[in-house]
Design a binder for this molecule. Structure first.
Ligand code: GLA
Length: 388
């Protein structure tokens, strides 16, 4: 059933707005967005889609079609995180409720509404399924409320919703990519200056995503731990470099001089971040020269660093990267997103893509004994709405 018909079935009236926001894949710059670094994500051709209509009372009723679940909550009781019957909000509803809460705090008009939504961004796979939900609801409320906010501001509000309401201390990359994506391009985003520009992929290369099928339940607390370790490293490095604000201000040479005075865990985490920020800078130069080989080598070394220093990989992701490396046409491969399971991103010569996909699936089945979803991914445009 299409979304419009699903809306009519649920609410016996027509939707007014269709909102859509994509997931993202990150090519390089992992765990640097909360350290003021530069990242290189692309919005993908998988998205959250919402059909919505405003209602007069301050009540929001949402049907999550993929979950077969429906919940109502009141806009004047968002902070209690309960549904209209006083029961705790289900986890999936905290994202839209968090967005409503932050939009209201920001002074925006948020109307009561009925909405149905669906997503083909796999959940918990490192492709930003939750950012896509947040951004899709934010642009839908923007269209219903008739107010203006540019895509970057929408992303920032959604990040606040995730930090303050959902409780994950994420950076801005995911919401940014979902809101600001450009078709056929990655985005070079400086999370300190907030400047960004579309970056073409190396000529003749395509992006292939491989989902290991592994999901970690404690990923958000492990994520918050990593972020805390980075803050600890900055505090300790200030003994030597009093003016630094974040790990972005520490060069690889400076880290080589002072890193050894840090406790073991923050030292490893910070070494990853400092070098990953440098890798993105090198990758940008490589892209300008259309040097796919250097770009790919940086992806492989980023994976190694995420595995050994940041410790967010797992044997299944490592196997996907090693199998990819052995296949013809593979330019680069690494885990993408926060890690702890989820997906790898692969840069592959376009004419070898089909054989690569089959080879990666076969290799994973043989070595790991699991099935991987492996597919070609088109870099896509960011969130948008249409009036019905
Ligand atoms: C998650 C977060 C992002 C970013 C990545 C790691 O996707 O939401 O802000 O930190 O992890 O790069």
């Amino acid at each position: 059933m299409d979304l419009r018909s699903a809306f009519i079935t649920q609410f016996e009236t027509e939707p007014v707005v269709i909102g859509r926001a994509p997931g993202r894949v990150n090519l390089l710059g992992e765990h640097v967005d909360y350290n003021d670094g530069m990242v290189l994500p692309a919005a993908i051709d998988r998205a959250v889609t919402i059909a919505a209509a405003p209602i007069a009372e301050g009540l929001v009723t949402l049907a999550a079609l993929d979950l077969g679940a429906r919940v109502s909550f009141r806009l004047d009781a968002l902070e209690a995180k309960v549904d209209a019957n006083g029961k705790p909000l289900p986890d999936w509803a905290r994202y839209p409720a968090g967005v409503a809460s932050i939009l209201l705090k920001d002074g925006q008009r948020v109307s009561g509404m009925n909405a149905v939504f669906t997503s083909d961004v796999p959940i918990g796979a490192g492709l930003s399924s939750s950012a896509a939900v947040e951004v899709a609801f934010a642009v839908t409320w923007r269209a219903l409320g008739g107010w203006q906010k540019d895509a970057l501001s929408i992303a920032q509000l959604c990040q606040r919703a995730e930090n303050q309401y959902v409780g994950v201390n994420c950076g801005l990359m995911d919401q940014f990519a979902s809101a600001c994506g450009v078709e056929g391009h990655a985005l070079l985003f400086d999370t300190r200056s907030l400047e960004y520009q579309p970056a073409p992929l190396p000529k003749g290369a395509v992006i292939i995503i491989a989902d290991s099928g592994v999901r970690r339940s404690l990923a958000s607390s492990a994520y918050n731990d990593r972020r805390a370790a980075c803050e600890q490293a900055v505090a300790a490095l200030r003994q030597f470099m009093p003016d630094i604000r974040s790990l972005r201000d520490v060069s690889a040479v400076e880290f080589a001089a002072f890193g050894e005075y840090l406790p073991a865990e923050p030292r490893k985490r910070a070494e990853h971040v400092v070098k990953e920020i440098a890798r993105v800078q090198q990758a940008v130069t490589a892209l300008r020269r259309n040097d796919a080989i250097t770009f790919g080598a940086l992806m492989f070394s980023a994976h190694k660093s995420l595995r050994d220093l940041y410790e967010v990989s797992c044997p299944e992701l490592d196997a996907l990267v090693e199998i990819a490396r052995s296949l013809p046409g593979c330019i680069g491969a690494r885990l993408t997103g926060a890690g702890f399971g989820g997906c790898t991103v692969n840069l592959v010569q376009a004419d070898k893509a089909e054989a690569f996909i089959e080879g990666l699936k076969d290799g994973y089945r043989q070595q790991v004994g699991r099935e991987a979803q492996v597919y070609l991914c088109k870099a896509s445009e960011g969130a948008k709405t249409e009036k019905e």
